[in-house]
Design a protein around this ligand. Structure first.
Ligand SMILES: [Zn+2]
Length: 94
């Protein structure tokens, strides 16, 4: 089954030595296939906000385990919740 994964990595900020968190998204067609459609989604230092997209010392990069990431489902779920709340509000008025 086709799934999207979010990869996070952490490395040192050049400006303040704080933690920079960088994210990328990749798609896996099934459990054993290689990841495709890899794209960077951004990087930012949590301490100073510096957007450092590449680590100065690549050997010091720490990678977090990939997370399953399906924003379309999340968006659909929140729309459902909104519709449900609107229905409740209407029910209250009567
Ligand atoms: Zn910083």
């Amino acid at each position: 089954m086709r799934k999207q994964y979010l990869h996070l990595s952490a490395y040192l900020c050049d400006t303040c030595a704080g933690p920079v968190i960088a994210g990328s998204l990749a798609v896996r067609e099934n459990e054993i296939s290689k990841e495709t459609e890899i794209r960077e989604v951004g990087a930012i230092c949590l301490s100073c906000g510096h957007r450092q997209s590449t680590p100065t010392a690549p050997v010091r990069v720490r990678h977090l385990p990939p997370l399953e990431w399906s924003p379309t489902e999340t968006i659909k779920a929140s729309h459902l919740t909104t519709a449900f709340l609107e229905a409740l509000n209407r029910a209250d008025l009567h």
